[in-house]
Design a protein around this ligand. Sequence first.
Ligand code: ZN
Length: 668
Amino acid sequence: MNLKFAMPLAICCAATVGCQKHATADPEVEYKVDRFADIEVIRYTVPGFDSLSLDQKKLIYYLNEAAIAGRDIIWDQNCKYNLPIRAMLEAVYTNFDGDKSSDNYKAFETYLKQVEFANGIHHHYSMDKFTPLFSREWLAEAVNELPAESKPENFEELAEVIFNPEVMAKRVNQADGVDLIATSACNLYGGGITQQEVEAYYNKLKDPKDETPISYGLNSKLVKLEDGTIVEEVYKVDGVYGKQIEKICELLAKASEYAESPAQKSYIDKLIEFYRTGSLKAFDEYSIQWVEDTADSVDFINGFIESYGDPLGMTGQYESIVNFKNEKASHRTELISENAQWFEDRSPVDPRFRKPEVKGVSAKVITAAILAGDAYPATPIGINLPNANWIRAAHGSKSVTLENITEAYDIAAHGNGFAEEFVIDEPTRQLMDDYGFITDNLHTDLHECLGHGSGRLLPGVDPDALKAHGSTLEEARADLFALYYLADPKLVELGLVDNADAYKAEYYKYMLNGLMTQLVRIEPSKDLEEAHMRNRQLIAKWVFEKGQPDNVVELVKQDGKTFVKINDYEALRGLFGQLLAEVQRIKSEGDYEAGRQLVENYAVKVDRQIHDEVMARYNALDIAPYKGFVNPVYTPVTDKNGEITDIKVSYTEDFLPQVLRYSKDYSF
Ligand code: ZN
């Protein structure tokens, strides 16, 4: 599960050089790369790469190359027209010598960037097909000017897909009551096959008594042959995407030579076996070996991982992230996990609901070296894998935070005007500048390493008793545990922060977000649906209301604008503790009715007046709602015998040059 995506409004912004408490910008690096439509492309750096050993650098280099080698797979999975359309658009862009100041050309350039960013013609988040703002005639003319070898044979067909809004309208359809395969534009099933046929096929294969089931359909395309029989065409070296997979295997084999340990070599070789045979048993064996290797510094995922791109949630999208451990920041999560029992024993909940023996989840903090496939250019900031439930139960999972990515978000958000518009005064802004980044990270660490694992159910209580409200209340429980302990002197004692007031930065951010600014993601007249958003409003509104008699938090007007004002941070901490006790009671006792009331009274309904005001103020700032990244460029340095003596990393390539280079060098 790619658990966490960055909020589009990273508010904690801190880029002052020389202070280790917050994200530090490299003055040589241009973080802002491109801005078009609803997208901002930014750059991340890879701190610590230069200090790795030569073998580690080579390992990362070959894993990176393997990661990008699968790029065309995700394009083709997203829609079968994506690769021919990309080839045509890129040919027009690189050959065009007409009027580049015309509206048609400018709209074409924006469209090309949108397609490159989304790995296809559908928006990466909304899944809706992009609407081109240049004319079909203009494109026809530009294509006509192309050299013969770059001209598509089926221009009319491709143009129909680009310009007719009815054709391939949505990549993944989730609506009820229709055939999800027929109404989705993604290319994970063969033509003419129905949802019913797919479900029947897999139901026949599945054995409900199998305690270690393979992930059916993860790496295959179900196809209906002319005689009506249904067959699985498997993604493997001599199957679907054979050329790309062959190249990935070749590069993984090179990486394997530089593995940090026999254990790591063994799972890289297992992954190659999976790619060669297509065997999902081999993939499970690889996943188990991978999750059990926690000693090595360099790590990666490469494969068919998440299945959000499949309306039936079965087939995995190609994805790869290569990374290495951030030792210093991982020390933070290790410290928290080691002290898990201390926190549990003092938690402000009824002692009957505490865990007598609690084990902190050891999450590690990593530095991403390359993002690829479904994780490029838009990437998650936290990952928790593998996905197979039985492997998680029997062998555990790896939970990681991509801190150089959150850092890049933070640096790029600096100076976007958000804090000036929404934070009440200069001292609060300064506090958030100084401590927003570290306390935000600590909040995530406490939430992930301790929050979810804390507390226990009373004997006989059904873990699913809270039903549809279960995930909102579970997120609230983890958030409240984190918020409560963020203000604890224990964190200063452990050396995790150096200022007992640092927590106020996160408290302010949390209240501002929950009461006001998260609403920028909600469409007019809609209510809150997503569990994390509901949880944040539940907490913010509840403590706001309960603190009213003592004026703990208030909403004040300045020049007609609404601001959050926190008058008593200590009392606010007390209220977080009170709500934690209540949410824990609801969970431990399985009190569905009380849970339902909490969610319905505080978490769902949107204050329309605040919503309108926040939207107007936010839109005036022109902040891109979606962000993504260009990758660094890694260049091997060789001696006169061709031996690699070093790998240099650079941060100068821009967005279009990068994707055009990928298309040229990594299409097989
Ligand atoms: Zn959570």
